[in-house]
Design a protein around this ligand. Structure first.
Ligand code: SAM
Ligand code: SF4
Length: 466
């Protein structure tokens, strides 16, 4: 059983550190950047030094270092997934979200298992292998069993060449017992965003329902890990409060999980407030984050926790997504819909029942072609999770850089599988060229593995990995 301190988010400590590092001292910034390049992560006061950067030259150096770290650890891989919204029923009053209980401007809908099957078939036939299941905090009659049934349904669907190989979950905080049930269904990562770590702001924007309880939410990942879910994801909804405060609070959360469980979060998500039907707050964020600060946030996180994946959703525009790949993003969603049933009813693209507006509306094939043209390898790999390389085991493997011997070949074989089974002719041409060029530049064991796996896919085998 882990120790329970009164509150591991220490606001006074955060303000003290931020006040000490209000403006960035050039010498200090360069010292922190030099340390970042060693890829061992950063302490809170070092992170604070980086948040103070505004000088364009130093900003350029920050971006350059983040790019180096990203390339060294992750190479050119970008993991792809699709969100699957199963229900927009919700009993909470989050002022920024279209799903909040009293919002009368959206049509409420919880998909049946049959409808979920249909959505999953569509996603599989587009080429997806990873789904992020998302729901509001109110379930139909079956209660929480609805989520468990939905995970089981998703894994059960088979269609031609494919199936979903990893289901990650983003639903409201659960009890330890419920987390155990979720784990038993074979989920990958459990994600939950604190939205804001600043208590006063948290109370101002969460007006009703269980989500008003800050502590229940902030302790939820402890319960998830205690229940044996060792890949967990954290996040902040940027725009609700001062981003510098939020980054440092996130660092406290990360260190707390590391201290208690020996391993920090598997992923960090960086949603930025987007307009949402029936929400004034979403249209007028109290602490808007500019594009340049948003890029800075991604770069700082990359250096602060180099081995934690950073997820960028389709909330952001194609251009912002492209720019942040170089700064540290390692996972992206593509071809997303945020209204339940949105994949079957594509014609309702502008359905106001979505959770928020999307910045990138492009279909998966187009995103993949674009990513590949930039030299990034779209990866559908799910090997680590399926071979039990999760939590501490994943970090042990990732830290010395050995993950490259697995990730690079697996990314290439899963990309080849996509190109062979789902891609348009133009995307296949761009992708096959990239695979060839990438293998030509590899050497040693990674190259041998990549060649072997890609050949097996060419010979008609699906789902090969090491
Ligand atoms: N209902 C659960 C919850 O709130 O934790 C599960 C997921 S909720 C549907 C997914 C996330 O969407 C929220 O955690 C929040 O960060 C984000 N979100 C809500 N409204 C948003 C908006 N207007 N713009 C961007 N992201 C938003
Ligand atoms: Fe409900 Fe989640 Fe939206 Fe809040 S963010 S209203 S809990 S769906």
């Amino acid at each position: 059983m882990y120790n329970v301190p009164a509150n591991f988010i220490n606001e006074q400590q955060i303000w003290d550190i931020l006040n000490t590092h209000k403006t960035a001292d050039r010498v200090q910034v360069r010292e922190v950047l030099a340390k970042s390049a060693e890829m061992k992560g950063l302490e809170m006061d070092e992170v604070a030094v980086l948040t103070g950067i505004s000088d364009p030259e130093l900003l350029g150096e920050l971006f350059h270092t983040a790019n180096q770290v990203k390339e060294t650890i992750y190479g050119k891989r970008l993991v792809l997934f699709a969100p699957l919204y199963i229900s927009n029923l919700c009993s909470n009053e989050c002022l920024y979200c279209a799903f909040r209980a009293t919002n009368k401007e959206i049509v409420r809908n919880a998909l049946t298992q049959k409808q979920i099957t249909r959505e999953v078939e569509i996603l599989i036939n587009k080429g997806h292998k990873r789904i992020l299941l998302v729901a509001g905090e109110a379930y139909p009659q079956q209660g929480f069993q609805y989520v468990l049934d939905s995970v089981r349904t998703i894994y059960s669907v088979k269609s031609d060449h494919g199936e979903i190989r990893r289901v990650n979950v983003n639903v409201a905080p659960l009890t330890t017992e419920e987390f155990k049930m979720l784990k038993a269904e074979g989920i990958g990562t459990y994600q939950i965003f604190q939205e804001t770590y600043h208590r006063e702001t948290y109370q101002k924007v969460h007006l009703g329902g269980k989500k008003r309880d800050y502590n229940w939410r902030v302790w939820s990942l402890h319960r998830a890990m205690e229940a044996g879910i060792d890949d967990v994801g954290i996040g902040v909804l940027f725009g609700l409060f001062d981003y510098r405060f939020e980054i440092l609070a996130m660092m406290q959360h990360i260190r707390e999980l590391e201290n208690q469980f020996g391993v920090g979060p598997h992923t960090i998500s960086v949603p930025r407030l987007e307009p949402a039907t029936g929400s004034d707050l979403a249209t007028h964020p109290p602490f808007p984050v500019s594009d340049i600060d948003f890029r800075k946030i991604v770069a700082i996180l990359r250096l602060a926790v180099p081995y934690t994946g950073i997820i960028m959703s389709t909330r952001e525009t194609a251009q912002m997504r492209r720019e942040t790949f170089a700064l540290g993003v390692s996972q992206i969603s593509a071809g997303s819909r945020t209204n339940p049933g949105g994949y079957e009813h594509e014609e309702n693209q502008d359905d106001p029942s979505g959770q928020f507006s999307l910045g990138d509306h492009r279909p998966l094939d187009e995103v993949i072609r674009d990513v590949a043209k930039m030299g990034y390898i779209p990866s559908f790999c799910t090997a680590c999770y399926r071979l039990g390389r999760t939590g501490q085991d994943f970090m042990d493997l990732a830290k010395p850089g050995d993950i490259k011997l697995h990730c690079a070949p697996n990314a290439l074989s899963s990309f080849k599988e996509y190109l062979q089974n789902y891609a348009s002719p133009e995307t296949a041409e761009v992708g096959n060229r990239l695979i060839k060029e990438t293998i030509a530049e590899m050497d040693g064991l990674a190259k041998q593995r990549a060649q072997k796996l890609v050949k097996r896919v060419e010979a008609g085998r699906d789902d090969v990995y090491c």
